[in-house]
Design a binder for this molecule. Structure first.
Ligand SMILES: NC(=O)C1=CN([C@@H]2O[C@H](COP(=O)(O)OP(=O)(O)OC[C@H]3O[C@@H](n4cnc5c(N)ncnc54)[C@H](O)[C@@H]3O)[C@@H](O)[C@H]2O)[C@@H](O)CC1
Ligand SMILES: [K+]
Length: 480
C-alpha cells in the first residue's frame, strides 16, 4: 500500500529525525536519491546537459545538491535561479564547486537540455507557479528534456491535490520519506508523472495513520471474498438490485452484470426491467417489487437507470442492510433518511452528482476532490466513493485515511460503466466487508477490468468491462 502524509506531519517527522543527525544529512540523503534517479534516466551522465530550476527554499537546495553530484560525474549543469537573493547558499556553493554554472538565460539552456530538475517549490509551495516561473516551466515542458520534479511537481498543493493556477508537468517525481496527498489525487497527480519514493529515514517518525492511501493488487486481494466448503449462496451474500426503468432497462442489465461478477452468492433484481435482465442473465432472481417484499438480501444497490421511482429509494434506505445509492438514486434520496440509517450506506457519485449533493458547481468538486469527498461523507454520515480519473473513497469523520485508486483508464468513461461499478460494489458489500473496503476493491477491479478490456487502446463498452471482471479478479489475486 502506498501511503501519503500531510505536510505538517512530514515536517514534524523531519524535525525529529534531523535533531538526531548532523546538519544537512537529510538533504544529502534526498539529493543522493534524486541524483541516482536522474542518472537512471540519462543514457549516460558524462556529457549530458542538465538544467536545475531553483526556487527559494530547501526544494531548490535538493536540486542544487543533486546537480552537484551529477556535475561531479561529468554532466554539464546549469542552474536557473528563480529567486537569486534567497537561494540555498550551501547548495549553490556545492554546485559551482563541482563545475556547475548559473545560467545567464534560462531559455537558452532549456532549449538544449537532456534533463530538467524542478526544484522551484516542494511541500512549502502554495498558490500555483508564480508568474515569472510559468514561462520557464512551459519551456521545460516544451523542450525535448525529461522533466524530474523534486519531491512534488511545483505549483501543486501538497495536502489537497489541488492546482491553484499553473503547475509544472513532470515525467518523474522523486519524493522523499513518504508520498504527499497531491501525488495520489487529481488534478495534481497527473502533473507528477511516475512517482519514485526515496527513503530518507523519516518512516518511524510518521504517524501510523496516513492521510491518504492507495491499495496495491495484494491489498485488494485480501479484501475479496473467497467461498469456503461451508458456503452456500446465502452465506456468500445475496445482493438486491433496484435499478432500471421502462426508459432505461439497460442500466438494470449492466448493474446485474457487475453484481454477478462481484462474489455474491446470488443476485436478486427488483424493478420493471426483469424481462431484459432474465433474457441476458437467467441466473438472476427477479421480482416486480417493491424492494421490501423482494425477499432476503444482505445488501442493496439502488439507483442506476431508476428514473423517478423515489419509492424504491425510500424503501431500500428503510432496510437494515448495507445500501449503495447511485445515479438517479442520488437525486431522489432524502438526506435525513440516509443520516438516520444504522446499517452502512455507500454513495457513489461522479463529480456532477457530488456537486448537486453539495450544492456546489461541478468545477469546484473537480478542483477540490479530496475536500469534496470528505465533505460529502461528513454531510451524509455515509461512505462516499467519488468517481473520476482517480476514484476516492472516504468515510465520515477524521482518523480514517481516504483511499485513492488510479487503476482506471479514460476508456472507462463510457455509458453504463458506472452501472457495472455499482453492481460490482454492491455484490462485494453483500459478502460482508466494510463499505469502505467494498468500495475500494470495486473501484480497483473495475479500473483493472477497464484496462484489460481496452488493452492496446480500443474503445470499450460497459458490457465488456463486466466481461473483463473475472480476468481482473485473477490479475489482482495472481499478478504474476
Ligand atoms: N526539511 C528537511 O530537512 C528536508 C526538506 N527537503 C526538501 O525541502 C522541501 C521543503 O522546503 P521548504 O520548506 O524550504 O519549502 P519549499 O522549498 O517547498 O518552498 C518554500 C519557499 O518557496 C516560496 N514559495 C511558496 N509558494 C511559492 C510559489 N507558488 N512559487 C514560488 N515560490 C513559492 C516560499 O516563500 C518559500 O520561500 C521539501 O519539499 C523537500 O524537497 C528535503 O531536502 C529532505 C529534507
Ligand atoms: K518541485
Amino acid at each position: 500500500m502506498r501511503t501519503a502524509h500531510r505536510v505538517e506531519k512530514v515536517r514534524t517527522a523531519e524535525a525529529e529525525l534531523m535533531a538526531r543527525l548532523p546538519d544537512g544529512a537529510l538533504m544529502q540523503r534526498a539529493a543522493a536519491g534524486l541524483a541516482a534517479a536522474c542518472a537512471d534516466l540519462l543514457p549516460r551522465v558524462y556529457g549530458s546537459r542538465v538544467v536545475l530550476l531553483v526556487g527559494s527554499g530547501a526544494n531548490g537546495g535538493d536540486a542544487l545538491w543533486a546537480g552537484a553530484r551529477l556535475a561531479r560525474r561529468g554532466a554539464g549543469v546549469h542552474a536557473v535561479l528563480l529567486a537569486p537573493d534567497r537561494v540555498h547558499t550551501a547548495g549553490l556553493a556545492a554546485l559551482t564547486g563541482a563545475g556547475g554554472r548559473v545560467a545567464d538565460d534560462p531559455f537558452d539552456v532549456l532549449a538544449t537540455a537532456d534533463l530538467v530538475l524542478d526544484g522551484i517549490t516542494g511541500i512549502g509551495g502554495t498558490g500555483g507557479l508564480r508568474p515569472d516561473a510559468v514561462p520557464v516551466a512551459r519551456a521545460a515542458r516544451g523542450s525535448d528534456a525529461v522533466v524530474v520534479a523534486v519531491d512534488l511537481p511545483s505549483g501543486v498543493e501538497a495536502d489537497s491535490g489541488e492546482v491553484r493556477g499553473e503547475a509544472l508537468r513532470a515525467d518523474l517525481t522523486v519524493t522523499f520519506g513518504t508520498h504527499k496527498p497531491a501525488l495520489l489525487i487529481d488534478p495534481a497527480r497527473t502533473c507528477a508523472g511516475t512517482v519514485r519514493l526515496v527513503d530518507i529515514g523519516i518512516g518511524p517518525y510518521l504517524p501510523s495513520v496516513p492521510e491518504v492511501e492507495a491499495l496495491h493488487h495484494a491489498d485488494v486481494a485480501r479484501l475479496l471474498p473467497r467461498p469456503t466448503a461451508g458456503s452456500d449462496k446465502y452465506r456468500r451474500g445475496v445482493v438486491g438490485i433496484a435499478a432500471g426503468s421502462a426508459r432505461y432497462p439497460g442500466a438494470a442489465v449492466l448493474a446485474v452484470a457487475g453484481a454477478l461478477r462481484g462474489g455474491a452468492g446470488a443476485v436478486r433484481y427488483v424493478g420493471p426491467a426483469a424481462d431484459a435482465v432474465i433474457a441476458r442473465f437467467p441466473e438472476t432472481l427477479v421480482h416486480a417489487g417493491p424492494p421490501a417484499k423482494a425477499g432476503r438480501v444482505q445488501a442493496w444497490v439502488v439507483g442506476p437507470g431508476l428514473g423517478e421511482d423515489a419509492d424504491a429509494v425510500r424503501d431500500v434506505l428503510a432496510s437494515d442492510v448495507p445500501v449503495l445509492v447511485d445515479a438517479d438514486g442520488l437525486r431522489l434520496l432524502d438526506p435525513d433518511a440516509v443520516r438516520a440509517r444504522s446499517a452502512p450506506t455507500l454513495l457513489t457519485p461522479h463529480a456532477g452528482e457530488a456537486a448537486a449533493l453539495l450544492g456546489r458547481a461541478r468545477t469546484e468538486v473537480e478542483a477540490a476532490r479530496l475536500a469534496s469527498v470528505r465533505a460529502l461523507a461528513d454531510r451524509f454520515g455515509a461512505t462516499v466513493l467519488l468517481k473520476g480519473s482517480t476514484t476516492l473513497v472516504a468515510d465520515p469523520g477524521t482518523g480514517v485515511p481516504v483511499r485513492a485508486d488510479a487503476m482506471g483508464t479514460p476508456w472507462l468513461a463510457t455509458a453504463g460503466s458506472g452501472d457495472v461499478l455499482s453492481g460490482l460494489a454492491g455484490s462485494l458489500l453483500a459478502s460482508g466487508p466494510a463499505a469502505r473496503d467494498a468500495a475500494s476493491a470495486a473501484a480497483h477491479l473495475h479500473g483493472l477490468a477497464g484496462r484489460l478490456a481496452a488493452a492496446r487502446g480500443v474503445p470499450i463498452t460497459a458490457q465488456e468491462i463486466a466481461d473483463a471482471l473475472p480476468a481482473a479478479w485473477r490479475g489482482v489475486r495472481d499478478p504474476g
